[in-house]
Design a binder for this molecule. Structure first.
Ligand code: SAM
Length: 218
């Protein structure tokens, strides 16, 4: 349940220096602009870190043990790369992204949101628990800046169709082309570097990708 989770009442209550001590030396990094929702064991965060050295990247994960694991993983990486100051730009937060995103992020704060292999919730009556719904799409549009991108990948065709249907129907999102996907480095990384993506690879499963641009407000 969410009872023992702590949430800031509003985004300005958030002290990001706790999660990103590098902010003491590089305050110009500002706030996280990239979010990995349901980051699992953190493979995407670790790969994105050197690729986006001037962005703060935040993983959100609901499971305590998994969040603790990612926290330890990042601390170890920072220690090992202390000379180059590597991995100071990634961090993880325990939280329910379906309920509290606007508590953490200001309107238009994010440039990229990743949904990598989200839980499929196969059963019809569980579909409302999916991470992309009409209501949540509006929330994602709120925290994303115009021009910002939602990245999705899954091995479940039905979930892929569901996410495409809901985001395409939303007036503030347009789907990006396969050509766009092919030239984007983040698409490459999310396809190859998440733990779930590697598992799918080992089982020779399919990977369905869909990316969406946040349109300007009408
Ligand atoms: N993205 C990772 C990857 O590709 O390897 C993990 C994928 S795993 C199948 C889905 C993850 O989403 C799980 O770690 C789960 O705990 C997390 N999760 C599910 N619902 C969530 C929510 N509402 N908020 C945050 N994380 C959530």
């Amino acid at each position: 349940s969410d009872h023992n989770l702590e949430y800031p009442r509003k985004p300005s209550d958030m002290d990001w220096t706790k999660l990103y001590p590098v902010l003491r030396e590089r305050p110009e990094l500002g706030k996280p602009t990239v979010a990995d929702i349901g980051c699992g064991f953190g493979g995407l965060l670790v790969s994105l870190s050197p690729m986006l050295p001037d962005k703060l990247i935040l993983g959100m994960e609901i499971r305590v043990q998994v969040t603790n694991y990612v926290e330890d993983r990042i601390i170890a990486l920072r220690q090992q790369n202390i000379d180059s100051k590597g991995y100071g730009n990634i961090s993880v937060l325990r939280g329910n992204a379906m309920k509290f995103l606007p508590n953490f992020f200001e309107k238009g704060q994010l440039e990229k949101i990743f949904f990598c292999f989200p839980d499929p919730h196969f059963k019809q009556r569980k579909h409302k628990a999916r991470i992309v719904t009409t209501t949540l799409s509006s929330e994602y549009a709120y925290v994303l800046q115009p021009g910002g991108i939602i990245y999705t990948i899954t091995d479940v065709k039905d979930l892929h169709d569901w996410m495409v249907e809901h985001l395409e129907a939303h007036p503030l999102f347009e789907r990006l082309s396969k050509k766009w996907e092919a030239q984007d480095d983040c698409v490459k990384i999310m396809t190859s570097d998440t733990e779930e993506g590697k598992k799918v690879e080992r089982n020779s499963g399919d990977k369905f990708v869909a990316c969406f641009r946040r349109l300007p407000n009408p």
